[in-house]
Each structure stands twice: as C-alpha cells, then as structure tokens.
Design a protein around this ligand. Structure first.
Ligand code: FES
Ligand code: FES
Length: 441
C-alpha cells in the first residue's frame, strides 16, 4: 500500500551545479487515502496549457504518463534514476526530473514539456538557437537540454545575465552522450545575450487534445485493450477534437476525374461508399450526428498500423459539393492521428470533375516517426488513390470492394519514389549551385 493522504509533496528542481535535485516550492496534495500498488488513481493536472485527467497506477512516474498516456514523447528517458537529465520538464515553473516524480505527486500541477516550449512554425528562441548553432547531433538529449536551459535562463540566480563561462557547470545537469556541448553552450549563451530583459515564456501552451497510447481522449480513462489488439469503442471519444498548434503535415491534392460532378458528389455524400474508396479503410458503425466509427490499416515497409477511430462530418454543402470531415484514430502500438479533411468537387474539363482534397494531419506516437515529408507523401498518395476509386465508383455506380480497394503497398512504394525524386532534385540543385559558384570565381 502507498500512503497518499495529507502529504506535502516536494517538486524536485534540478541544481545543475551539483547535478542533484533541490526542493522547489511545496504544494499541498489533497488527501486520498491508501492506494494499492496495482490500483489506478485519477490525477488532474495541466499539461502545456491543457487540463487533463489521467487514471494511472500510483507508482507510475510522470515521464511515463506524459509519454504513454498523453502522447508527449518529446520527454525522453535515459537513465530513469535522475542522473542524465533527459527527462527534464517544468513542474509549476521549475525544472524537474520527470523520472523521479510519481505522477500522483503532480495533482493540480502545471507541467510544461518540450512540446509546450514552441511549435514547429513558431519556435522558442532557445529552439531557434539550438538549430542555428547545431546544438544537437542525435537529438536525444535536446528536450532535456532545452528545458534545463529554459529553467536556467528563466529561474536561475542571474537569469539571462548568466556568465558564458559559467554555462558549462550550470548546464551540467543534462548529459549529452554525443558530447556536442560546444553548440549547446553557444546556443544558450546567444539566447541569454539577446534577451537581457528576460527570457520569453513557452510559446506553445494552448488547449488541445492529447492522445495517448490507449487512444482515448486525455480526459477519459484509457480503456482496456481488446483480445484482438483493437482499441475498444469505449476508449474512443464521443466527438472528434482537433489539437491546437501546427499540424504534423498538410496535404493538398487536385485530381481530374472523368465522371461528372453530380455523380462524384453522390459518392462523397454517401459515407459508406466514400469510406470504401479510402485505401485500407472500413466503416464499422454508423452513429448519430453524422458520426462514423471505422478502422483503417496503414503499411509502410515493416511498420504496420491498424487504427480504430471516429469520423465526423461537420460540414456538408450539397449545393457547392463540399464536405468537411474530422477524423481521429489510434492504434494499440501507441500511434495516434487526427485529421481535418476538406473535399470539394467542381465541374472540370470535358464534362469531368476536379476533386480537391485539403487535409491537416496531426500525428503522434510511432507514426510521427515517419517525419513530415514522408507523412505528407503517404497522405498525398492515399488521396490520389482515393480520387481514382471515387472516379471509378461514380462512373460504374458500384461501390468498390474493400478487399480489392486501393493498396497500401502502392501508397508506400509511391511515397518512397517521391522521396527519392526529391532527394535527387536536391542533389541536382546543389551540384548546379556549386558549378555556378565556381564559374563566378
Ligand atoms: S531519465 Fe530522468 S534523469 Fe535520466
Ligand atoms: S545530441 Fe545526442 S545525446 Fe546529445
């Protein structure tokens, strides 16, 4: 049994000079009574500006909750006993080792992780400086370095007036196994010099949906996995909510179809037939409120993902042949995706149709490792195959057979070919630029 009642919890703040943790301002935790070791506890906290409630075992540490239950995999784990500093986050404004804090100690706390520091298109000055000074090699220590340097410049005794010669010792609480310290220290020194008036606060702390490995919304208790590995319906949210911030990838696809626009719209307007045109997708249940439960398979090389999710039509404009769908899905391997998809059909050349698909994609977990470019390529291929299937369905009047639907393999191969073409084009540009420079000398 773990005694959780009437305790005052010390959030632990890193003291870089000693690599030890010192006590940060103390918070009183509401009494809870005794909790058995394997029993779950509901914990409410604010993570990157979003109020969340997770139900986790009392012995689970904060880093695992952030990574496994909220999908915030930017917080890395190295040693898991307080030495390496990889797991550094801000707890109530102070740096803390997330591997040394039980999540239950963070009841009511405000947590900021590296995801809250800045967004890809709106980076914090520290992130910009790390990039400009090549302050990372493999990048594994980077989240810890960023959060630790944030704490140093925001809360350290000298703030941004810290002396550059003191930085090696001040930053020694996080270990870089690639030993790329020079760039890291130069980046921190640069930001300190550029902000004598004080360090700007985190830039990406807005309310959003956090989706963890269980696939449920962060405010819901993650459901149990079904025997077949599928995420049970109860774990899915009642409605789809899009995260704030920049999407992982955006896709714009224009396809010219031979079928007339009214017939194309008839397919788009019928969710059953529309779902059959999506590669690897299957409609499982029609719910009220233009909501649909379904599953989808994505295969990319050895990575095979099976998503279960919810789609919701939030705009349907028959006169303008426009449809807007929000979709959210998760697989049991820890991948989660959300998408805001807009489809529009308009009359095209020779009595055909121009089908436009615009999508903003939010990826987390294993699928996010595909990277932006690859995720964009895969999605683009997926929409191109979707358009082909819509065209065929509109022309023949028959819904495509799911089993003979567009192939995930073709998507993967097409995306890989796109990636190779892009790399070749970049290589050509570099060679041409080098030749031009040589001629100019
Ligand atoms: S993982 Fe927390 S200090 Fe190493
Ligand atoms: S850049 Fe690789 S561990 Fe620091």
């Amino acid at each position: 049994m773990t005694e959780l009642s009437d305790r005052v919890v010390e959030t632990r703040r890193t003291d870089p000079a000693s690599r030890e943790c010192v006590t940060a301002p103390q918070r009183a935790i509401p009494p809870r009574g005794k909790v058995a070791a394997g029993e779950s506890v509901a914990i409410a906290m604010t993570v990157n500006g979003t109020d969340v409630t997770v139900s986790v075992p009392a012995r689970m540490h904060l880093a695992d909750v952030l990574r496994e239950h909220l999908g915030l995999t930017g917080t890395h784990l190295g040693c898991e006993h307080g030495v390496c500093g990889m797991c550094t986050v801000l707890v109530d404004g102070d740096a803390a080792r997330a591997c040394l804090l039980f999540a239950v100690q963070c009841e009511g706390a405000e947590i900021v992780t590296v995801e809250g520091l800045g967004a890809p298109d709106d980076q914090h000055p520290l992130q910009q400086a790390f990039s400009a000074h090549h302050g990372l090699q493999c990048g594994f220590c980077t989240p810890g370095m960023l959060m630790s340097s944030y704490d140093l410049l925001a809360n350290g005794p000298k703030g941004t007036e810290v002396e550059p010669e003191d930085l090696p010792e001040e930053m020694s609480g996080v270990i870089c196994r690639c030993t790329g310290y020079r760039g890291i220290l130069a980046a921190v020194a640069d930001v300190a010099a550029e902000h004598p008036e004080g360090l700007p606060g985190p830039k990406n702390c807005a309310s959003r949906t956090l989706v963890g490995r269980g696939g449920g919304h962060s405010t819901a208790t993650p459901g149990e996995e079904a025997a077949d590995g599928a995420v049970p319906g109860a774990a899915l949210p009642a409605e789809v909510r899009m995260p704030g911030g920049a999407p992982s990838a955006t896709v714009e696809v224009r396809s010219t179809l031979s079928a007339p626009v009214e017939k194309v719209w008839a397919v788009l307007d019928d969710f059953d037939r529309l779902a059959r045109c999506l590669p690897g997708a299957e409609l499982v249940e029609v719910l009220d409120g233009d909501r649909y439960r379904g599953r989808a398979k994505v295969a990319l090389g050895p990575v095979k993902l099976s998503f279960e999710g919810l789609a919701q039509v939030i705009e349907r404009e028959p006169a303008e042949h426009r449809l807007r769908v929000l979709a959210q899905g998760a697989d049991t391997g820890g991948s989660a995706t959300q998408a805001d998809i807009r489809l529009a059909a308009e009359a095209g050349p020779d009595g055909g149709t121009v089908l436009r698909a615009d999508a903003a994609l939010f990826l987390s977990g294993r699928i996010a490792q595909f990277g932006r470019a690859l995720a964009g390529d895969v999605s683009r291929r997926l929409f191109e195959q979707f358009a082909e299937a819509v065209d065929e369905t509109a022309r023949t009047g028959a819904a495509p057979d799911v089993s003979s639907g567009p192939s995930p393999v073709r998507i993967a191969v097409g995306a890989a070919v796109d990636a190779v073409k892009r790399a070749a084009a970049r290589g050509r540009q570099r060679v041409q630029a080098a030749i031009a420079r040589r001629r100019a000398r």
